[in-house]
Design a protein around this ligand. Structure first.
Ligand code: UDP
Length: 234
C-alpha cells in the first residue's frame, strides 16, 4: 500500500551517474523509471527534481562569475530532466518538463495549476532549472516546489543511504539515524541539505525521507513507508 497521495521525488544527479560519477548511467535511470511507473500505476502523484552534480556545480569554477556558473548549473538540470523524461517515456510513463524560465519549445513554463493537472492525469512532472535563480540549489527548489504543490513528503534518493552523525566514508563508526528532527540537522550542522532548504522545510512543516538510490527497489519502498533510510521530521 502506498503511504502518500502526492510526493516530490528528488534524484541526485550524482546518483543517476552511477559509478562513472558523471553523465548518466542508463541502467540506473531505467531502474528508477520502472519503479516510478509502478507507483504512478498505483495512483501516486509524482513530481521530480533532479540535481546537476553529474555535470556541473556553480562552485566548480573559481574563475568565472558565480551568476554565470550557476546558470550553467541550472541548464545542467534541464539536460538531466530532458534525458530522464525520455527514459520515463521509454518505460511507458507520460511526462512533462517544466522550468521557471522560458526554454523555447523544450520545456513548459512552471505553474502550479499546470503541474497539478499533469500529476492528476497520471503524468510525471519534471521540475527542471532549479528555482531559476543563482545562489540557490536544487535542494531549495525541491522544498519550494514540494510546499507549493502541496506534496505530503519529499523522497530524496541519494548516493548515501541515510543521515549519519558523521561522514561514514571518513568514520567507520558513524551511526545512521532512523529518524531525526530537521531542527537537529540544522543545529548539528549535519550538512545533509543546504541551509535555506532546511529552513524552508521547518517553516512549512515539510518532512523528508532520505534514502540510497542504489538500494534495491528503494523508491517503491520509500513510497510504501518501508524504507530503511532516514525520516527527517518537522
Ligand atoms: N543552481 C542554481 N539555482 C537553483 C538550482 C541550481 O543556481 O535554484 C545551480 C547551482 O550552480 C548548482 C547547480 O545548479 O551548483 C546544480 O544544482 P545542485 O542542486 O545539484 O547543486 P549542488 O547543491 O550539488 O551544488
Amino acid at each position: 500500500m502506498i503511504k502518500y497521495n502526492r510526493v516530490l521525488l528528488k534524484l541526485s544527479g550524482e546518483a543517476l551517474a552511477g559509478d562513472k560519477k558523471t553523465g548518466f548511467d542508463e541502467e540506473t535511470c531505467i531502474g528508477v523509471a520502472k519503479q516510478v511507473k509502478q507507483l504512478v500505476d498505483d495512483g501516486l502523484q509524482v513530481s521530480i527534481v533532479i540535481g546537476g552534480g553529474n555535470f556541473w556545480r556553480g562552485r566548480t569554477s573559481q574563475t568565472i562569475d558565480r551568476t554565470k556558473a550557476d546558470q550553467i548549473g541550472m541548464l545542467a538540470t534541464v539536460m538531466n530532466c530532458i534525458y530522464v523524461s525520455e527514459i520515463f517515456r521509454y518505460v511507458g510513463i507520460s511526462t512533462e518538463i517544466y522550468t521557471p524560465f522560458q526554454c523555447g519549445s523544450m520545456t513548459k513554463l512552471f505553474s502550479k495549476d499546470s503541474v497539478t493537472s499533469c500529476m492528476k492525469k497520471g503524468g510525471v512532472a519534471f521540475l527542471a532549472g532549479g528555482t531559476g535563480h543563482p545562489y540557490f540549489s536544487t535542494d531549495t527548489a525541491t522544498v519550494l516546489r514540494a510546499v507549493e504543490l502541496d506534496c505530503d513528503i519529499i523522497l530524496a534518493a541519494r548516493n548515501i543511504d541515510g543521515v549519519y552523525d558523521s561522514d561514514p566514508k571518513q568514520n567507520p563508526e558513524a551511526k545512521k539515524f532512523d529518524q531525526i528532527p530537521m531542527q537537529k540537522v540544522l543545529d548539528d550542522k549535519l550538512g545533509i541539505i543546504d541551509l535555506s532548504a532546511t529552513v524552508l522545510c521547518i517553516e512549512n512543516r515539510m518532512p523528508m525521507l532520505l534514502f540510497g538510490l542504489s538500494v534495491d527497489n528503494s523508491i517503491v519502498l520509500a513510497a510504501k513507508g518501508k524504507s530503511n533510510g532516514t525520516i527527517i521530521t518537522i
